[in-house]
Design a protein around this ligand. Structure first.
Ligand code: SF4
Length: 184
């Protein structure tokens, strides 16, 4: 269609309401969806919450380029909420943290730690806190076998298997306060 014609003239014929090609700019007409140029599509599940909506992950040159709802999912039937629709950012956002951040007591700034050292520090604190706050029994002598000295708060991008193992581990260690961000 000739884009130099006034919009009213372009409406005549096949677009009388001006809601289709007559109102479309050349820019939007020439846009191509990232899904159209993907090399392959992988079925997955949104990691954000317990609904478990189905996702189609579009991959090009071995990189995730887009994530859409999966119409074949009996749970979500192609839909994603805004969090699920934005989950491509989990992979590609330049704001994604890739290093362990640590702020020592009384410090005003974060510092980076290597993962090995951070894991050792956490393990030391868990063992020490558990030993210092262990409650074997209450005042009546009834067994408690617990600690209120530590708690676990999971993030919503932990998947089901990770949450299962975390719950197992902390319950076995005697922790009572075990929660996940998705339930708050
Ligand atoms: S966060 Fe949204 S898209 Fe993801 S599983 Fe939950 S409801 Fe579905």
């Amino acid at each position: 269609m000739n884009r130099r014609l006034p919009a009213l003239l372009r409406q005549f014929g096949r677009d009388p309401l001006g809601l289709g090609p007559a109102a479309q700019s050349r820019h939007s007409r020439e846009l191509k969806a990232r899904t159209a140029s993907a090399d392959r599509v992988v079925q997955s599940v949104c990691p954000f919450c317990a609904v478990g909506c189905g996702q189609k992950v579009y991959v090009k040159d071995e990189k995730v380029v887009q994530i859409e709802g999966d119409p074949d999912s009996p749970i979500s039937r192609g839909r994603l909420c805004p969090k699920g629709a934005a989950s491509e950012n989990l992979v590609n956002s330049p704001l994604r943290e890739k290093k362990v951040k640590y702020r020592p007591p009384h410090a005003t700034a974060w510092q980076e730690l290597d993962l090995e050292r951070a894991m050792d520090m956490i393990a030391d604190r868990v063992v020490q806190t558990r030993a210092q706050t262990w409650e074997a029994a209450n005042a009546q002598g009834q067994p408690l076998n617990r600690t209120l000295g530590m708690a676990f708060l999971g993030g919503a991008t932990l998947d089901t298997e990770e949450n299962y193992l975390i719950k197992k581990f902390f319950t076995a260690a005697g922790a009572v306060s075990i929660e996940n961000q998705a339930r708050i």
